[in-house]
Design a protein around this ligand. Sequence first.
Ligand SMILES: NC(=O)c1ccc[n+]([C@@H]2O[C@H](COP(=O)([O-])OP(=O)(O)OC[C@H]3O[C@@H](n4cnc5c(N)ncnc54)[C@H](OP(=O)(O)O)[C@@H]3O)[C@@H](O)[C@H]2O)c1
Length: 332
Amino acid sequence: MRAAWYQRLGPASEVLELGEKPDPIPGPGDLLIRLFASGVNPADVKRRAGLGSYAEMEHACVIPNSDGAGVVVGIGENLQPSWIGRRVWLFNGQRLGRAFGTAAEFIALPSKFVTDLPEHVSFDEGATLGIPAMTAFHGVFSDGLVEGKTVLVSGGAGAVGWYAVALAAWGGARVIATVSGPEKAERALAGGAHETINYKSDDVAAKVAELTNGLGVDRLVSVDFGGDLAWATEVISLNGSISAYASDTQAKPLLAFHEFARRNIRFIPFILNSLPGEVLDRTRWGINSWLNNQPELMRPVGGKFGLQEIVAAHEAVEAAQKFGTIIVRPGD
Ligand SMILES: NC(=O)c1ccc[n+]([C@@H]2O[C@H](COP(=O)([O-])OP(=O)(O)OC[C@H]3O[C@@H](n4cnc5c(N)ncnc54)[C@H](OP(=O)(O)O)[C@@H]3O)[C@@H](O)[C@H]2O)c1
């Protein structure tokens, strides 16, 4: 099969290679999937670059990327032949000890990471669902349903943040999103946000107090926990919660215990890939319910690249100017 890989960590242009690898063979419980789209997420890029907690090569050779979409073309032992021919989206490709991800024509992956792709969702869109939509779903719903609640999403025009806005609105919440400017505000509003706050120029705490008549929000879904801490405890109402999926500006933020304790704020930091199986199942089926309930809403694709352009695709994620998920097409 055609694939892209790296054998050492470093800049995309220096370490990513293209060529042929043997087709994978599905083991017991695995599906063999022909990939039409591979999603490139910040964590795939950080792993390849050796950033943060990814300072060492995990394997001698890594085919990058966690997410993708395609068609099932083979099954391992213990799986039903009815899987063959099904359109699917998937996550946890190059994750959890697996060296070979989705930047290739085929992947063999446990069926628990593979979900039917509704007919109205394209392969490119399907490859945006794994990390971005699932992280958003868990961020919004990990502390329970949101009907009638107020949810604040920081970074409401990011790949994860936009899905968090859309899912919280679908769940019946009033949604407020922080953004860095008017274009991003428009995107968050298109996703279903009711109000936006410019976190660079506005006083976020004062603005939330104004929008909520001083009541605050029930839940914060945070893209930058360390940065959001400047105002987070001021805006969470009594017994509210903060779910946080990143803290890029401060890896070790100082946390004022009494501000959390006095308001009984639950703090839910998480990494999607290793959440318990039943939570991941609930999350992927929840995503499919949303796709079927709101088929008209976009699934943002931030750019499309052929497999031979994988360097440019990784660099586009690093540039962080995209809206949505960058897609690599292994078949092109
Ligand atoms: N825990 C997990 O399982 C998990 C899963 C997915 C992603 N992540 C991490 O989450 C982060 C975002 O991923 P992504 O795919 O959504 O990236 P993305 O598409 O590049 O979006 C990042 C967004 O965050 C916004 N942002 C950054 N700092 C902000 C702040 N202090 N306040 C408000 N908005 C802020 C950016 O907007 P502006 O530039 O306009 O500010 C941008 O819209 C990455 O660090 C990624 O590794 C973690």
